[in-house]
Design a protein around this ligand. Structure first.
Ligand SMILES: NC(=O)C1=CN([C@@H]2O[C@H](COP(=O)(O)OP(=O)(O)OC[C@H]3O[C@@H](n4cnc5c(N)ncnc54)[C@H](OP(=O)(O)O)[C@@H]3O)[C@@H](O)[C@H]2O)C=CC1
Ligand SMILES: O=C(CO)COP(=O)(O)O
Length: 296
C-alpha cells in the first residue's frame, strides 16, 4: 500500500509524481481526473502519511478549507507564490491547517519539463523539522539531489519573488534590450529580493544558493519559464488576458507581484523591479518602465 501521494496533477505535480514513483509506488490525484498510472480519488490520496501538494498559491487556502483534514500527515509544499488577497506567505497559510513540524517546502531550480525526463536536478527541502527532511529525502530518485535548509521563509520568498523577476527579464528580452541589460536586471533583482526577504527574517545564504540565485538564474533566462513568457508577451503589447489564455497554465509571478507591491508599501521596502512589473500589469508602457529602471 502506497504511503505517498501528490495532490495537483498540473505540470509540476505530474513531474514530481514521475520522480517520486522511481523508488516506490506514489499515488496522484487532482481536481480533474486524468489517465495517469496510480491516479486515485482525493479520499484515497488523503490516507497517505506523506502528501506533496502542487496546487497554485492563490487557490491553496480555499482548497485546504474545503478538502483538508489533518490526520498527522507530513506535507511537502511544492507551490511558489504569495497570496495576493492577504499578502500571506504559504507557510503562514498552511500553518493555519497543519502544525509547522509536519510541513516542508520545496525550492530550487526545477523546470517540470526537465524533471519529467529524469534530467539531473538539485532541490532544497526547507523545514523547521530536520527529521521531516530525513524522511522525505529517501523518496527522491537518484537524478534529484536533495539538500536541507531550515530557512522556510527565505526559500519561500526566493521561490515567489523570482517569478516576478522572470516577468521583468522576459520584458527586457522581448524589448531586445540586450544581454547586458538582462544581466543587470537579474543581478539587481537578486539584491532586491534579498532586501525584501531579510525584512521578513530570511537568511542571506539562502539568496546565493539553489533557492535564490539558482532558481532566479534558471527562471529569468529561459523560455521554458511561464513567467518569462508572460514578460515576452507584455513586451509585445499583448494583453495579460490573451497571454494567460494562451499559456493555459499558472504564472504565479502575476498575482505575486500584487502581493509584493502591497507588502513593500506596508513595510516600506525598496522594491523597484517588482513595482515596475506591477505597474506594467496595471497598464504602464513596458518601454517606459524599463527605461525608468535602467537609465542612470
Ligand atoms: N511547472 C514547474 O516547472 C514548476 C512549478 N512550480 C509551482 O508549482 C505550482 C503548480 O504549478 P504547475 O503544476 O506547473 O501549474 P499548472 O497550471 O500546470 O497546474 C496547476 C494545477 O493546480 C490544480 N488547481 C488549480 N486550481 C485549483 C483549485 N482551485 N483546486 C484544486 N486544484 C486546483 C489544477 O488541477 P486540475 O488540472 O486537475 O484541474 C492543476 O493540476 C505553482 O505554484 C508553480 O509556481 C514549482 C516548481 C516548478
Ligand atoms: O519555478 C519554476 C522552476 O524552478 C518554474 O517556473 P515557471 O512557473 O515560470 O515556469
Amino acid at each position: 500500500m502506497a504511503n505517498i501521494a501528490v495532490i495537483g496533477a498540473g505540470k509540476w505535480g505530474q513531474a514530481l509524481h514521475y520522480a517520486l514513483s522511481q523508488k516506490q509506488e506514489c499515488l496522484i490525484t487532482s481536481r480533474t481526473k486524468r489517465d495517469i498510472k496510480n491516479f486515485v480519488d482525493l479520499n484515497t490520496a488523503m490516507q497517505c502519511e506523506y502528501l506533496v501538494i502542487a496546487i497554485p498559491a492563490q487557490q491553496i487556502r480555499q482548497w485546504l478549507k474545503e478538502n483538508f483534514s489533518f490526520k498527522n500527515q507530513k506535507v511537502l509544499v511544492a507551490s511558489k507564490g504569495i497570496e495576493a488577497s492577504s499578502g500571506k506567505f504559504l507557510n503562514e497559510i498552511y500553518e493555519e491547517f497543519i502544525p509547522r513540524e509536519n510541513l516542508g517546502f520545496i525550492s530550487g531550480p526545477s523546470f517540470a519539463a526537465e524533471v519529467i525526463q529524469g534530467l539531473p536536478c538539485a532541490l532544497v527541502i526547507n523545514s523547521l523539522n530536520k527529521s521531516l527532511f530525513d524522511e522525505y529525502e529517501k523518496f527522491f530518485p537518484n537524478f534529484i539531489k536533495t539538500y536541507y535548509s531550515d530557512d522556510v521563509i527565505g526559500a519561500e520568498i526566493c521561490g515567489a519573488y523570482k517569478n516576478v523577476l522572470a516577468i521583468a527579464s522576459g520584458i527586457c528580452e522581448g524589448l531586445n534590450l540586450g544581454n547586458n541589460a538582462r544581466a543587470s536586471l537579474i543581478s539587481r533583482g537578486l539584491v532586491e529580493m534579498q532586501r525584501f526577504g531579510s525584512h521578513f527574517g530570511a537568511k542571506m545564504e539562502t539568496f546565493i544558493g539553489l533557492s535564490g540565485a539558482g532558481d532566479l538564474f534558471l527562471t529569468a533566462s529561459s523560455e521554458l519559464s511561464r513567467n518569462f513568457r508572460v514578460g515576452l508577451g507584455l513586451a509585445k503589447n499583448r494583453t495579460l488576458e490573451e497571454i494567460l489564455e494562451e499559456l493555459g497554465e499558472v504564472a504565479e509571478g502575476v498575482k505575486t507581484s500584487y502581493a509584493i507591491n502591497s507588502l513593500s508599501q506596508e513595510h516600506q521596502i525598496y522594491t523597484p523591479i517588482a513595482n515596475e512589473v506591477f505597474s506594467i500589469l496595471q497598464g504602464k508602457n513596458p518601454i517606459d518602465s524599463l527605461k525608468d529602471l535602467l537609465r542612470s
